[in-house]
Design a protein around this ligand. Structure first.
Ligand code: MV4
Length: 515
């Protein structure tokens, strides 16, 4: 095993990696900015090194400082987590050149998947289905019109250096094309310093389904099934599931083989993810490969029983994968909600402040991957994701009910969060029936982001809830018979009759909080 691992990240994923290290008996080193001196990942790791001021450009993105910290603490390896430096080819190379082990794919694999046109070329050569379109950048609008005519409108312009939706333009007719190409180029230049743009047929209303792969250094490449990631807003995923309701066992095997073929073609080692669009007829198209551990990896862990972060470390240490493709099949259903410090009622505006009170869900099938504690200061320097709430149950319906229950148990005071939004999704008939696409969230924003009940209503409910709770408490301390009568709801006017249970409980859960 590795003798010591430096974690070049913060928040929940840094903590997740510390936990994997600890279970493997590997000492861990955290790095932290000024803003994170007291952060949970710093307290959890065995050692910690200060790397600079709060802005990530001066701390978590400074590769040199991080490599220095690894060398100074005698770490053998660097785990980059997700975001920050995780998909920078130059950093993977610099880590290797410093004589350290990179817990991730080879720099060459990062590079070949980093350019979307190169990835498409590689995919086509490996027999992987891609959306019809060009494999190289467009010269000009004339060429674009020619290509678009060959497979018909609508088409989608994409940045070759892109990913994450930047530099994309949907084009519905030839006369819109020149202006769209200009603006896509400008956006791509600003975002990536590269104005190369290519064109694809635009797939309307698909799902976003991705396949987890795991590859060791000895040629074993396995897939761990898919994740359904369609519930997203502006290319930020909000909810993920494993498996996908739209994928049956034969399709899982086919998409899995496709993902394995793409990974092999890239010379992939370690954990990675192939992104696909899945259209309504079950046709699927390879989009891109993410060459890192992803935020949503826990849903795959829960349905496969495989600890992905531990395996990242074991693979980096030179271990062989001990299981075979036939050993892997999803069991039950897992759902993840990303808890962000954003205010859904206010256009998902980032919310800042100190977390004054935090109550975490627990109980059967509930996992909390968090990076916050009561007292955490939430600023604007980093991503607004505070934590992930993940549940596992035997069926999708049971998992949705479990997530709803767990969300009800969650209290975060001090900043606005996406908690209520997630509750509304779990209650929504479309979500419950699995009838969603990548456009669903944005098409249902209004129903999902209704602001909480008026303050006066909450106040009244809180007082009523407190009175009921007090009455039950008093009743329990007298006789058993009285207690049973009181819990059944009996005697306070007509409020205790049928139907009041739900709002009484809501008043307790939502209203009665210490302030
Ligand atoms: C597409 C597409 C429709 N047709 N390509 C968005 C980011 C990048 N990963 C690729 N993306 C898309 N490519 C074709 N030919 C729709 C999207 C897309 C999307 C994909 C996955 C998850 C969310 C999305 C939201 C909007 C658009």
């Amino acid at each position: 095993m590795l003798s010591k691992v430096l974690i070049a990240n913060r928040g929940e994923i840094a903590l997740r990696i510390v936990r994997a290290c600890r279970e493997l008996g590997v000492p861990s080193v955290a790095v932290y900015s000024d803003a994170d001196a007291d952060a949970p990942h710093v307290r959890a790791a065995d050692e910690a090194v200060h790397i600079g001021p709060a802005p990530s450009a001066q701390s978590y993105l400074v590769g040199e400082r991080i490599i220095e910290a690894a060398l100074a603490t005698g770490a053998e390896a660097i785990h980059p987590g997700y975001g920050f430096l995780s998909e920078r080819e130059w950093f993977a190379r610099a880590v290797r050149d410093a004589g350290l082990v990179w817990v991730g794919p080879p720099a060459e694999a990062i590079a070949s998947m980093g350019s979307k046109t190169a990835a498409r070329t590689l995919a086509v050569a490996a027999g992987v289905p891609v959306v019809p379109g060009t494999q190289t950048a467009l010269r000009d609008a004339e060429e674009a019109v020619g290509v678009a005519d060959s497979f018909g409108y609508p088409v989608l312009l994409k940045a070759a250096a892109g990913g994450g939706g930047k530099g994309m333009r949907v084009v519905r007719s030839a006369d819109e094309l020149p202006a769209a190409l200009d603006s896509a180029r400008r956006e791509a230049q600003n975002a990536f310093g590269d104005d190369a743009v290519y064109v694809e047929k635009y797939i309307e209303g698909p799902r976003h389904v991705e396949v987890q792969v795991l590859a060791d250094a000895y040629g074993t490449v396995l897939h761990l099934g898919e994740r359904e990631c369609s519930i997203q807003r502006r290319h930020q995923k909000m909810i993920e599931e494993a498996p996908s309701i739209a994928v049956d066992a034969p399709l899982r095997a086919k998409m899995g083989e496709t993902a394995v073929a793409a990974a092999r073609a890239a010379g992939y080692v370690n954990a990675g993810t192939c992104e696909f669009l899945l259209d309504r007829d079950g046709a699927y198209y390879f989009l891109e490969m993410n060459t890192r551990i992803q935020v949503e990896h826990p849903v795959t862990e829960l349905v496969t029983g495989i600890d992905l972060v531990q395996w990242q470390l074991r693979i980096a240490a030179g271990e062989r994968l001990p299981f075979m493709q036939n050993d892997i099949a999803p069991r039950g259903w897992a759902i993840e909600c990303r808890l962000t410090s954003e205010d859904p009622a206010n256009g998902f505006l980032p919310s800042t402040g100190r977390i004054t009170h935090l109550e975490l869900p627990a109980g059967p099938g509930v996992r909390w991957d968090g990076g916050i504690v009561a007292g955490s200061e939430i600023g604007l320097s980093y991503d607004p994701m505070l934590a992930k709430l993940i549940v596992h149950a035997a069926t999708r319906e049971a998992a949705i009910d479990r997530m709803h229950r767990a969300l009800l148990e969650l209290t975060v005071d001090g900043v606005e969060t996406s908690r209520d939004f997630h509750l509304r999704v779990m209650e929504h008939p479309d979500y419950r029936s699995g009838n969603v696409s990548i456009q669903w969230l944005e098409q249902n924003l209004e129903a999902l982001t209704q602001s909480s009940p008026p303050a006066e209503g909450v106040r009244i409910a809180a007082i009523a809830g407190a009175l009921f709770a007090e009455r039950d408490r008093t009743a329990r301390t007298s006789t058993v018979a009285a207690s049973v009568g009181a819990s059944a709801g009996g005697t306070v006017g007509t409020l205790g009759a049928n139907g009041s249970g739900a709002w009484r409980q809501a008043a307790r859960l939502e209203g009665v909080r210490g302030s």
